[in-house]
Design a protein around this ligand. Structure first.
Ligand code: 5GP
Length: 112
């Protein structure tokens, strides 16, 4: 089981914000912004580069979950950023696909 599968199974504690049949959203343990949460599919796909066209419905569901949870967290008015890190150059550290949602401060561009 991956770390995020264990969080979804409540084997490892996390601050869970929202959940659907196929996904769970919880606060990042090392927040990089005043609000920073992850949206994770319950079925482990290691990273977005390993998704297939047949995963497109799940990917849409994850984006919708990010939006609805961002609204719930009060981020709709001022905005937020959604990030997916893929592979070593992308900064991925946990090999279980996840969307970062960051908000509560102004983001910089280009990212580091
Ligand atoms: P990545 O670097 O793979 O894009 O993102 C992994 C994220 O998972 C990091 O932002 C990291 O802080 C977060 N993370 C790692 N371990 C845990 C944990 O045990 N609980 C929670 N809630 N987040 C974690």
């Amino acid at each position: 089981m991956t770390l995020f599968e264990k969080i979804a199974a409540r084997e490892i504690p996390a601050q869970i914000l929202s959940e659907g049949d196929e996904w769970i959203a919880f606060r990042d343990i090392t927040p990089q912004a005043p609000i920073h949460f992850l949206v994770v599919p319950k079925r482990c796909i290691p990273r977005i580069n390993e998704t297939m066209p047949s995963d497109s419905q799940l990917l849409g569901t994850l984006l919708s979950a990010a939006v609805s949870t961002a609204r719930q967290e009060g981020l709709a008015e001022n905005g937020y950023r959604i990030v997916i890190n893929n592979g070593s150059d992308g900064g991925e550290t946990v090999p279980h696909l996840h969307l970062h949602v960051l908000g509560g401060r102004e983001m910089q561009w280009p990212p580091g």
